[in-house]
Design a protein around this ligand. Structure first.
Ligand SMILES: *Cc1c(COP(=O)(O)O)cnc(C)c1O
Length: 383
């Protein structure tokens, strides 16, 4: 059954973005496609096979439940890596299925030993180093302890990677901190080498670092937001484009979010529209009801603010965003009728509503707005 809104996913856009990223990073760098948070709201089950079709064979998620969803969405066996949470009762499944995962504390390393022993399988691990972000990552004391556990149980571990994460590579204001993190990372890798821990690969870069600090690319880059067609920030885009002769944005938005007009009616001047007294008709008006609301991810902060596209025109949202509905001022559309297409994000005719402009209005960055798009919205592939 059709849901009240639909998300279209463009096959050519994801292909364009991944080609661009591959070219920018160079052949020797592996692209790890980051598909956590339901592939940044695009939908794991729908988008992961499209990414796989583009030749990507490394996928990163935050948690074990997402790893399962990615595994079930893939046609072939590929690398899946968990950068974050694994509940105790999932660790055995993770090891058994050769899902790779971060070791960010010695406690997890300890838990691995008996399970890997029982399964007679090596846990495939990435040693996550604390280099200055102060989030996850092994600080020096815990690193020593973890190395001890690994070295005493070498046949239980395959040390695939060593990695870290930067604290805000998308903003130049963090330049000094990022540079310090890079230096610290290399020191710790040398220290590990002295202790006979020599991981197969090193990886540190998210999208922003991979663009702005090429030295962070190393063997593999973990690319999230850019594959979906967004720059991590305006600064990152400017950094990329400033020395290019062609100033066109090479990235293409993968997602288009649409619905349809559910009802059209007339309201007399002076009447309030929707809940409370949030909007009063300043003249006789024609309004359209659209079945999308904050339940779907259409932020309440777009009340009296948001824009949608109907009949190839930019149309204002009036009144409060409800749980399941919004109201648009369609007074300027003579022919508008029930069933007409409404676009919340993407193109219609000569206009485009980008997530960036939408999220500036709603004071959310792209990341947050995308990941709020409800999982139960219909997602379909387009050209
Ligand atoms: C989310 C995440 C990424 C991807 O970040 P983008 O800015 O979307 O490219 C990379 N690495 C880690 C550890 C992450 O959590």
């Amino acid at each position: 059954m059709q849901s009240t809104t639909t998300i279209e996913l463009s096959r050519s856009a994801i292909e364009t973005n991944l080609d661009f990223i591959r070219e920018l990073m160079g052949e020797s760098v592996t692209i790890m496609s980051v598909v956590k948070s339901n592939a940044y709201g695009h939908g794991i089950e729908e988008l992961v096979p499209m990414i796989e079709d583009c030749g990507i064979d490394h996928f990163a998620v935050f948690s074990a439940d997402e790893a399962l969803r990615v595994k079930e969405s893939l046609k072939n066996h590929h690398v899946i890596m968990i950068t974050g949470y694994i509940p105790d009762d999932a660790l055995e499944w993770v090891i058994e299925n050769e899902i790779e995962f971060y070791i960010s504390d010695s406690v997890r390393a300890e838990k691995v030993v008996p399970l890997a022993g029982k399964l007679n399988k090596k846990a495939i691990i990435h040693i996550d180093l604390e280099t200055g972000m102060n989030r996850t990552g092994l600080n020096f004391n815990d690193l020593e302890k973890t190395v001890e556990i690994i070295n005493e149980n070498r046949h239980q571990f395959r040390i695939k990677g060593v990695c870290t994460h930067f604290a805000g590579a998308e903003s130049i204001s963090n330049y000094v901190r990022i540079k310090q993190q890079i230096g610290h990372f290399h020191q710790l890798v040398d220290y590990l080498k002295k202790l006979k821990i020599e991981p197969e690969i090193k990886h540190t870069a998210c999208s922003a670092a991979a663009v702005t600090y090429p030295e962070t690319r190393m063997d593999m880059v973990r690319i999230g937001i850019m594959q979906y067609g967004f720059w991590p920030s305006k600064e990152t885009f400017i950094h990329y484009i400033h020395d290019k002769t062609n100033k066109r944005d090479p990235l293409k938005r993968v997602l288009r979010w649409k619905s349809e007009v559910m009802d059209v009616k007339k309201v007399r001047q002076g009447e309030f529209i929707g809940y409370g007294n949030f909007f009063q008709a300043y003249r006789d008006m024609k309004i359209a009801i659209i079945p999308v609301g904050y339940h779907d991810g259409y932020s309440r902060s777009l009340s009296n603010q948001g824009k949608v596209l109907i009949n190839n025109e930019r149309i204002s949202i009036i009144g409060m965003v409800n749980m399941n509905m919004i109201i648009a001022n369609v007074s300027k559309l003579p022919g508008v009728k029930i069933g007409d297409e409404v676009v919340m994000i993407g193109n219609q005719g000569k206009y485009q509503l980008t997530v960036a402009s939408f999220s500036e209005l709603s004071k959310l960055v792209n990341y947050e707005l995308l990941t709020r798009l409800q999982q139960d919205i219909n997602r379909i592939k387009t050209k």
